[in-house]
Design a protein around this ligand. Sequence first.
Ligand SMILES: Cc1cc2nc3c(=O)[nH]c(=O)nc-3n(C[C@H](O)[C@H](O)[C@H](O)COP(=O)(O)O)c2cc1C
Length: 208
Amino acid sequence: MKINTLSKNMLKTATMLTLFAVLGGGLVTVSFQMTREQIQANERLSLLRNLNEVMSHDRYDNDLFSDVREMTHEALLGTAEPVIIYRARKQGQPVGAIFTSVASDGYSGSIHLLIGVHSDGTLAGVRVVSHQETPGLGDIIDLRKSKWILGFQGRSLNNPNESSWKVRRDGGVFDHLTGATVTPRAVVKAVKNTLVFYQNHREEVFFH
Ligand SMILES: Cc1cc2nc3c(=O)[nH]c(=O)nc-3n(C[C@H](O)[C@H](O)[C@H](O)COP(=O)(O)O)c2cc1C
């Protein structure tokens, strides 16, 4: 084979290889991008389902994801991290807010909550989003295990009065399992603190 033909073949092979590499890389990038977008869409849908558990969808007509506010108040919201607040409105008027509060004194660390509050300060709903409490003891706060968390619905700082926002063991009205008071106590405290925060910062929650 002549030198000329040999170098032509080598050039052809190199061009083909480069083409395949570029095509392959492009395909990987496109499919990564599509997968990422799909994952983000699924996460958004799952979050929206959770938000609608604590604030009924027929109560508001705005896009919760584009009406978000971050606020920090460690003593009341239980976390030094900014709390995300989704604002629910109907025809522009505030109808409720959903707080991503944290009960930081659970038995096994932080308990992440979604707390939906109607604009009049009554609880639309509370759900535990994540926790590491002990199965059979602390996990009564998890709706998949018990209906305990539904007991907050319709309550407010007047129902019961503020001093009764405690578990029964501490003289309040909220049930708990004997031998597992730490977890419900932490959740009751976090929900109460969120209501107090809402009561004191209602204007800031909706109008900033
Ligand atoms: C291994 C282990 C795991 C526990 N997990 C929990 C828990 O997840 N939540 C809880 O409230 N208490 C849990 N407890 C019990 C608490 O230490 C504490 O004794 C109890 O909450 C106090 O409840 P009481 O006031 O009704 O006795 C656990 C105890 C042990 C030994």
